[in-house]
Write a protein that binds this ligand. Sequence first.
Ligand SMILES: NC(=O)c1ccc[n+]([C@@H]2O[C@H](COP(=O)([O-])OP(=O)(O)OC[C@H]3O[C@@H](n4cnc5c(N)ncnc54)[C@H](OP(=O)(O)O)[C@@H]3O)[C@@H](O)[C@H]2O)c1
Length: 287
Amino acid sequence: MMQGQPDAGTVPAISLNDGHAIPQLGFGVFQIEPRDTVEATTRALEIGYRHIDTAEMYGNEQEVGRAVARSGLDRSEVFVTSKLNNGFHRPDDARTAFDETLRRLAFDYVDLFLIHWPLPTLYDGDFVSTWQTLIEFHRDGRARSIGVSNFQPHHLDRLLAETEVAPAVNQIEVHPYLTQDDVRRYGTGHQIVTEAWSPIAQGLVLGDPVIGAVATKVGRTPAQVVLRWHVQRGDVVFPKSVTPARIRENFEIFDFELDGEDMDAISGLNRDERTGPDPDTFDYVPG
Ligand SMILES: NC(=O)c1ccc[n+]([C@@H]2O[C@H](COP(=O)([O-])OP(=O)(O)OC[C@H]3O[C@@H](n4cnc5c(N)ncnc54)[C@H](OP(=O)(O)O)[C@@H]3O)[C@@H](O)[C@H]2O)c1
């Protein structure tokens, strides 16, 4: 390895505002069928991923827990996130839902637990009491860290003004077509780490000629270039794949760097284009 180059196998840890740390690269399991989740997660753990991002909504918490248990790794070596589903925002429902998440994972704690969506048009716009309930889970030690997902700055303002604990992370859609400069800047200003979901926009950005040109220049794949762009911006990422070669490819992003020109070219692709729902109007509650 050349001096000064990052080590291919070392995933940096990002410090959270509560004293814990999170591996900057993880493995996302959204849209992985439960029957495929043990195998895909096992493959990721074998390759070296030590951070798994699941959710009650994904229907595969049990399989994630099983893969971690079977890996031979100590529970403390794997950072696992789950999320509160949209039907459970009322405090008593959130308490029951969190118990169920731990039961399905067969863990006595999660590393990070998030409110999946703010749902400002539901529950009388009250996501603050939901957040207070996550604070209970943090205080009793069953959620080492707590955070939110899909929160806009004006939602975060309310949590900061009305409660005593700031979220450790805000997990939002970010990729080259949706660079989210405002929400990310808010996070930086308030010590809230940004996690970038759908980091390659589910593949949508990989055919972009600008990304292709950078990939050719640095001798990497478009997916590696985009994931590297996220990492150099300081965000946490957890690309999803059920394809073993891609799971490995997505992990090999710590032995090269993008220069300022490449970074700017990719950031310049922003079109404020969401692939997912708008957090201010999203009101889906699974039946
Ligand atoms: N909080 C939220 O509301 C929220 C919403 C969405 C996602 N997330 C989280 O973010 C994670 C990642 O987002 P995502 O799953 O939506 O999308 P993504 O990671 O941006 O993209 C996944 C898609 O890209 C393909 N892919 C993966 N690596 C590739 C590569 N190296 N080359 C070419 N294609 C590749 C995958 O195909 P194959 O699997 O067929 O290989 C899959 O179709 C999720 O799994 C979940 O943990 C959170």
